[in-house]
Design a protein around this ligand. Structure first.
Ligand code: AMP
Length: 284
């Protein structure tokens, strides 16, 4: 595996790969890698000849007071994992390489970008789309892989790729979970013992909610029951729990039938976690 910090050097090497007829698969990350990230690497391998993983903690997608400074950074351990997983290129750029003209927002996430995660984290999705756009311009991949755990991110990035990078295949990877059901996340390492069990309880609520929706309980009733239960759990501050139509990323009403997503965000102690689960409403 080659580790590169310069966008120009990476581009030259990828140009040489393309000249040999190789296709490029790309997995953007913020590092502190876990098996969830590695499952995306596998998907990139299945869809291309050469795999690039980027590690960049993007200052533009963190608001003042969020955990940008505290976000886990473990480049050495990450690079070891990526070597073991036969990644070809690790791109770990500096902020200057990504934003040579200064940290300026170039992409806007629009109306959907202001709801749910965007309501809790104003500007987050503009910053996220700006970095994804920049990384896509540098890497010019044939396939790019994102995890469906970040449901709203996937919704917005798919739109960006469809509009600006039409020739790139968009691949969505399923969420990898701990045996307890907790979605793997770089932030899980900051959970205390009671925090961990509170976080596990939230994923159990998601599973119960999914079962209830599939057996015909009205979503308003199911959401209200589980939101109350989560809100009253020790250590937990619920930010949102909703069932959305994945085509438009808006809450469904009780008459809705078909594919939906349950989405949740909560702060457990100081750690902010999000999760999602697919559900088919009306499936008996
Ligand atoms: P992050 O490093 O958290 O920005 O995540 C990088 C990519 O990994 C994103 O596309 C995430 O959706 C994806 N990802 C994060 N957690 C998981 C997980 N548990 N399973 C699968 N993909 C994940």
């Amino acid at each position: 595996m080659k580790l590169l910090t310069s966008a120009n050097e990476l581009q030259e090497l990828l140009e040489a790969e393309r000249a040999e007829g190789k296709t490029i698969g790309f997995v953007p990350t913020m590092g502190a890698l876990h098996e969830g990230h590695l499952s995306l690497v596998d998907l990139a391998k299945q869809n291309s000849n050469v795999v690039v993983v980027s590690i960049f903690v993007n200052p533009l997608q963190f608001s003042p007071g969020e955990d940008f400074d505290k976000y886990p950074r473990s480049l050495e351990a990450d690079s070891k994992l990526l070597i073991e997983n036969q990644v070809d290129y690790l791109f770990a750029p500096s902020t200057n390489d990504i934003y040579p003209n200064g940290t300026e927002i170039t992409q806007r996430a629009g109306v959907v970008g202001a709801t749910f995660e965007g309501a809790s984290r104003p500007g987050h999705f503009d910053g996220m789309l700006t970095v994804v756009n920049r990384l896509m311009e540098i890497v010019e991949p044939d396939a790019v892989v994102f995890g469906e755990k970040d449901a709203q991110q996937v919704f917005l990035v798919r739109k960006l790729i469809g509009a600006k990078f039409k020739d790139c295949l968009f691949v969505e990877g399923p969420t990898l979970r701990e045996p307890s059901g907790l979605a793997m996340s770089s932030r899980n390492r900051y959970l205390s013992k009671p925090g961990l069990s509170a976080a596990e309880t939230i994923s159990q609520h998601l599973l119960q909610l999914k079962a209830e929706l599939e057996s015909g309980t009205a979503q308003s009733e199911a959401i209200s029951t589980h939101a109350t239960a989560i809100e009253t759990s020790a250590q937990t501050k619920l930010e949102y729990l909703a069932v959305i139509d994945p085509q438009i990323f808006r809450p469904v009403d009780d008459n809705y039938r078909g594919a939906a997503k349950i989405i949740v965000a909560a702060k457990v102690g100081e750690v902010r976690l999000i999760d999602t689960m697919n559900v088919t409403i009306g499936k008996q």
